[in-house]
Design a protein around this ligand. Structure first.
Ligand code: G3I
Length: 362
């Protein structure tokens, strides 16, 4: 009996015709055939372009607002909510038949000054409760899931003895801010599946080992105390220059699944900033890295969602963030479609990974 990977590799040698047939299907349909939900992060700016909007509607079964549901977008001033952009995205999703994975309610990045001042003045619990009631309440019954707390174990802030980072929320609300946020969200929208979302969990490095262990301890404690936590978001902004810890990562995913959580790849892209400049060579490398990561993560049956952080290179966050900038100044190519919305090798890699993924229970 061939080991599974060898069998799949052999299978992967199927005549090109088979792979081409598979790739001709939408990523949504390839995923759906395995009871996986495929989608992408989307912003209002993206769908202002009808061609981009059509691509999202064709390829995706789910979408995540990249900006429009974040604290700074929805409550720029205390008690003054701004829902127009998120309402537009929700309407687009409804019209296109896509479900919504909302992102995010509690994050330490991008908070308006008024919120930081409230946290420092000891009003954190009140502003958290009010914000979540208003924002999660507005979309009650209309969303599949929420990234309730984003990146609470973040090396940008020193960690406390439980490994939780002393972010403004940890300091302003208290050690139980994650339980508070989950409870507030469950109250505001009892139908949504609630998640914690984080990045940088794949790599073979001491601080990532610590992060994986910290999450397993945190989640076990939250669930033991009855937290309404249903899933975990694996951002998967893959950094190919870091070694992936295959066995520890598989074990981490398996243990998360063992808690009864569903797992979701929520922000998939491949950072190409240290790759060669030539577009063909870079696209081939990005596709190979994408396929390797997806084969690994989709081998865990509890992984039921694959969301890329954008569909086209024109919409990647890496254009605006120095951690995505290349020394040669060339534009990043981290996503399945190019600037002209043409499919790249990465799209074929995603299609093949979905085609060869095992079917999940319905
Ligand atoms: O829309 C304004 C524009 O009017 C203004 O002129 C410009 C200059 O200040 O800013 C624009 O807003 C920017 C927004 O992206 C839209 O482009 C914000 O400054 C900028 O901070 C924001 O960055 C987003 C970042 O999260 C912070 O919210 C990125 O687009 C978004 O892709 C990124 O996504 C994060 C996830 O939420 C969490 N995981 C990591 C991921 C990538 O960093």
């Amino acid at each position: 009996m061939l080991p599974r990977r060898a069998f799949l590799t052999a299978l992967a040698g199927l005549p090109v015709a088979v792979a081409k047939v598979a790739r001709a299907n939408s990523l949504r349909d390839l995923a759906r055939a395995k009871n996986i939900t495929f989608g992408s992060e989307v912003t209002c700016a993206d769908i202002a372009d009808q061609n981009y909007a059509n691509l999202v509607a064709r390829e995706c079964a789910i979408m995540t607002p990249g900006i429009e549901a974040k604290w700074g977008s929805t409550e720029p001033a205390e008690g003054r909510f701004r829902f127009g952009p998120m309402d537009d995205l929700a309407q687009f999703a409804a019209d296109a038949g896509l479900c919504l994975h909302m992102h995010n309610l509690i994050w330490a990045v991008g908070l308006p000054n008024w919120t930081l001042a409230a946290l420092q003045a000891g009003r954190g619990r009140a502003v958290m409760q009010n914000h979540i009631a208003a924002v999660a309440g507005r979309y009650r019954g209309r969303v599949r899931s929420w990234d309730v707390v984003n990146e609470p174990i973040d090396p940008r802030w020193p960690a406390d003895r439980n490994g939780l980072c002393t972010t403004p929320w940890r300091l302003g609300v208290g050690a139980d801010f994650i339980m508070d946020a989950l409870a507030d969200t469950a109250l505001a929208d009892p139908t949504a599946r609630l998640m914690i979302n984080d990045d940088d969990l794949e790599y073979d490095m001491p601080d990532r080992d610590k992060k994986r262990t910290g999450y397993l301890r945190l989640i076990e404690d939250l669930l033991r105390r009855g937290a309404p936590l249903h899933g975990f978001g694996l951002e998967a902004h893959v950094k190919p220059w870091l070694p992936i810890a295959e066995k520890p990562y598989r074990r981490f995913l398996h243990e998360l699944a063992g808690f009864g959580l569903k797992l979701h790849v929520t922000e998939f892209d491949v950072n190409d900033r240290l790759m060669p400049g030539n577009a063909d060579a870079r696209d081939a490398l990005v596709a190979a890295v994408a396929r390797h990561y997806l084969d690994l993560v989709l081998d865990e049956p509890a992984v039921v969602t694959l969301i890329t952080w954008g569909l086209s290179d024109r919409s990647t966050w890496m254009l605006r963030d120095p951690t995505g900038h290349r020394a040669d100044g060339l534009a990043p190519r981290p996503l399945p479609y190019d600037l002209d919305l043409q499919p790249k090798k990465m799209r074929a890699a995603i299609a093949d990974a979905l085609y060869f993924a095992r079917e999940r229970p319905a």
